[in-house]
Design a protein around this ligand. Sequence first.
Ligand SMILES: NC(=O)c1ccc[n+]([C@@H]2O[C@H](COP(=O)([O-])OP(=O)(O)OC[C@H]3O[C@@H](n4cnc5c(N)ncnc54)[C@H](OP(=O)(O)O)[C@@H]3O)[C@@H](O)[C@H]2O)c1
Length: 290
Amino acid sequence: MTEMITAAAAGTWQLGDLTVNRLGFGAMRLMMKADGSPSDRDQAIAVLRRAVELGVNHIDTAAFYVSSTRSANELINTAFGGRYPDDLVITTKVGPGLNPLTMRPAEYGPEYLRSQVEENIRQLGRDHMDVVNLRIGDGLDRGTGSLAERFGVLAELRDKGLIRHLGISNVTASHLAEAQAIAPVVCVQNQYGLTVRRDDDELLKLCGEHGVAFVPFFAIASGTENKQVNAIAAERGVTASQVRLAWTLHQGQHVLAIPGTGNPVHLEENVAAAGLRLSDDELARLDSIQ
Ligand SMILES: NC(=O)c1ccc[n+]([C@@H]2O[C@H](COP(=O)([O-])OP(=O)(O)OC[C@H]3O[C@@H](n4cnc5c(N)ncnc54)[C@H](OP(=O)(O)O)[C@@H]3O)[C@@H](O)[C@H]2O)c1
């Protein structure tokens, strides 16, 4: 009998005192289908529960992950509320809040950060957040300017026990230095993948040197069709998405994956990618794509 591959297959990383399997889950795709219509509620809840069954113990979310009738935090609460697994680490992001008129994330000032953190805690039915990322910048453009005032607000909430650990998102190396001077940073969450934002190679390396997790988003979604990725996928009998995820996990022990999906088959494939070891030759072929 072949052994089932679980999210533990890529090993673990410490987010402060919290241990997570490096292959995690992003909740952003749970609320709606690709055409923007609301997802099937039962399927979204089943995907979350299956993820945990498969060993996922790091879920990334946000209070602004909503569709017209679904909310990622509400789905997570329904899937596990009242009996969250002891080892489950939930990471959220604040900075952008949900504009009630447009139902789109919008940048709010530092005075809103506390209520955003409390909103996440309330929606998830917990009494603190494990990890909170300060997300800066507009859309996918990296943030500019100082994050000190906003990060300082979160550092106070950490001191008060509302937040266990802090991260930053959509940032540069100078933001990391600025934040670290205020409070410990356990993770950096930026857009990054095999064929996108490779200018963050340096930041990824820097995070490793500081023991900070680098957590890319859009590791799958950023990728367009690529001949080399497809060729390796065909040779290994896996999918192109699995090759992209495996490549991500090969970038360093401190690199965590949070693939998002509302599709149970994709979930199984993404978890299986934790066990996909790429050879030096395959990695060199993938790196030659840039
Ligand atoms: N900090 C930030 O600013 C920020 C921004 C964006 C996202 N995030 C976080 O990062 C997480 C990851 O981003 P993401 O979910 O957009 O991107 P992703 O995981 O790179 O890709 C998700 C997209 O790929 C599809 N997909 C997933 N697994 C697949 C598979 N095995 N085969 C084929 N298609 C697959 C999904 O559709 P299906 O549902 O059909 O599988 C979805 O369209 C998010 O869930 C969110 O938690 C953070």
